[in-house]
Design a protein around this ligand. Structure first.
Ligand code: ADP
Length: 196
């Protein structure tokens, strides 16, 4: 019978089972930590970004969400504001951390020891730009693999640019609509920007 434990069998099997239990955590620990990095402007973080982050965090041991600082752009939120919003929105995910960086994304990926770069794809037009970027990044840093996650259907039309347009042009009246696009802390933050 499966699972029966005879005296003779017990004597033979017990040491084997003992060592198997003893060794299994060691084998587990020796596996290298798989680190993913998801970079973007996140100006501000949207429900679309959040969805990619939550799904991506299940694929790696650690996920670093990196706010890119582009000196040529004039963002609505400063880098520390964008980092703080992401931290608030993702505070329930223990394997996710947020940082910010300047310069090439691949350099930052290497600095942080990540092996995987995560990207989100919304539309067919996204694919072309993302494909070019992924091929360039592979040339610059062949050991880093780009992984694309398809946007969930309900978020595929959302972009940070759209959010800013709705908030800035629609004013206070747009807040009810924004709930469908951004997490709650971002609505408060957008309100703050509108008051200025
Ligand atoms: P945006 O294009 O909205 O300014 P980012 O530059 O911050 O966004 O984008 C970072 C990454 O997130 C990119 O890979 C982008 O394709 C992806 N992304 C942005 N919005 C969404 C969305 N609604 N669903 C899935 N992925 C998205």
């Amino acid at each position: 019978m499966v699972g029966s434990f005879t005296r003779r069998g017990g004597v033979l099997l017990l040491p084997v089972a003992y060592f198997a239990v003893l060794l299994s955590p060691c084998c587990h620990m020796s596996r290298p930590t798989r680190i993913g990095l998801y970079a973007g402007s996140f100006d501000p973080v949207t429900l679309g970004h959040q969805d990619i982050i939550r799904r991506g965090a299940k694929l790696v041991d650690r996920l670093i969400v990196s706010v890119g600082i582009n000196p040529d752009k004039r963002p609505l939120f400063t880098p520390p504001e964008r980092v703080e919003l992401l931290q608030r929105v993702l505070s329930d995910l223990p394997n996710v951390e947020v940082d910010c960086f300047e310069g090439l994304t691949v350099d930052h990926v290497q600095r942080r020891g990540a092996q995987v770069m995560l990207r989100g794809i919304r539309t067919v037009s996204d694919i072309e730009a993302e494909f070019t970027m992924a091929l360039t990044n592979r040339t610059l840093s062949p050991e880093v693999e780009t992984v694309f996650l398809m946007a969930s259907e309900k978020y595929s039309h959302i972009s940070s640019t759209l959010i800013k347009q709705i908030a800035l042009m629609g004013g206070q009246g747009s807040l009810i609509h924004l709930e469908q696009f951004v997490p709650d802390p971002v609505i408060e933050a957008l309100l703050g920007k509108l008051r200025k």
